[in-house]
Design a protein around this ligand. Structure first.
Ligand code: P6P
Length: 337
């Protein structure tokens, strides 16, 4: 059987598709792949090492940092630093942006925003977790990099992707020309092309939302949930509820099988829980490139103005027709998102 194309071979093959195809973005994706392999190694043996449990630290979000969170963050920053193509890293785990290689990030042209280990509260119970990344190009490549280069709209992303550390480890990414998935082959330590040109089904029957927050949901969300649960054979309802509590895992399932993931505003999260820069925007770019839709219930995620590095947003994301149906319930209630 022929060996599947490795990530490196595939990136080179698609090099011509990349904006500003001079190899820098290809090398950046390679650097992210290296960090992902190292994080994967530790995630896979988390139960065996003293790497579980809390690192006695609290991140910018006020969340207790798991040791793997800290480790993953360090690995991505280290790989991006040594790769030399990235001038700034913005991370969920760091309050401020991090300049790489020099006070202004040197001559590197790219900015990377990361959630180094999303869903980390699931680590102790062996549920799939993920890393999410978003890549921008400096607004002015001749000017020193700064916060404005990070706080660009999601529509300015040049690439985005996620790694899911699940029953297998996959890297799913887009450079604006569709979505491709590579799976880690542990026998050779390489990501190999396994899911070329991924497309999310236009229709879906899976809805993913934390119904424990039901009482705090906007009326439109409550009505959409009831719509999903109603008996209607013509529209293949009731739908199927699936919620893992790990955004990467929930979204990866819906990308492959079709479905919608919703994290709306709630009493505890008046602006939504998920972060715009390194969770909502990269996932929205990927899902749109796969033929899906991503909004905050009203506005396209990728068009939302970014005013703060760690700002949050409600998110309705997945199969196009399911997201439109959910938006219609939101609009019909004149819901303020
Ligand atoms: P809740 C994990 O902490 C995370 O950021 C996402 O991965 C996940 O979708 C969400 O929060 C789960 O939040 O409030 O349902 O536990």
């Amino acid at each position: 059987m022929n060996q599947a194309k490795t990530l490196g071979q595939f990136i080179i093959e698609k090099q011509a598709d990349l904006p500003y195809a001079k190899g820098e973005l290809s090398r950046l994706l390679r650097d992210i792949g290296i960090a992902a392999k190292i994080v994967n190694r530790e995630v896979n043996k988390a139960g065996l090492m003293d790497i579980l449990g809390h690192a006695n630290a609290v991140n910018i979000q006020g969340e207790e940092q798991q040791k793997l969170d800290v480790f993953a963050n360090e690995q991505f920053i280290s790989a991006l630093t040594s790769g030399g193509e990235c001038c700034i890293v913005a991370s969920e785990e760091n309050e401020d942006i991090i300049y790489l290689n020099s006070p202004s990030g040197g001559n590197a042209k790219y900015i990377v925003a990361i959630d180094p280990l999303d869903g980390s509260s699931n680590i102790d119970v062996n549920v799939a977790v993920g890393s999410i990344f978003s890549i921008y190009r400096k607004i002015d490549i001749n000017a020193p990099a700064g916060l404005a280069d990070v706080c660009q709209k999601g529509s300015a992303q040049v690439a985005a992707g996620y790694v899911i550390y699940g029953s297998s480890t996959m890297l799913v990414y887009t450079t604006g020309k569709g979505v491709n998935g590579v799976t880690l082959d542990p026998s050779i330590g390489e990501f190999c092309l396994s899911h070329p040109n991924m497309q999310i089904p236009v229709e879906g029957r899976i809805y993913s939302i934390n119904e424990g927050n039901y009482v705090h949901f906007p009326q439109g969300v409550k009505r959409f949930i009831k719509y999903c649960q109603e008996e209607d054979t013509a529209s293949d309802r009731p739908y199927i509820s699936r919620y893992i509590g790990s955004m990467v895992a929930d979204l990866h399932r819906n990308l492959i099988k079709g479905g919608i993931f919703i994290y709306p505003v709630t009493a505890n999260a008046p602006s939504g829980k998920l972060r715009l820069v390194y969770e909502c925007n990269p996932m929205a770019f990927i899902i749109e490139q796969a033929g899906g839709r991503a909004t905050d219930g009203k506005q396209r995620i990728l068009d939302i103005e970014v005013s703060q590095l760690h700002q949050r947003s409600p998110i309705f994301i997945g199969s196009k027709n399911m997201v439109i149906t959910a938006e219609n319930f939101m609009q019909s209630e004149n819901e303020l998102v």
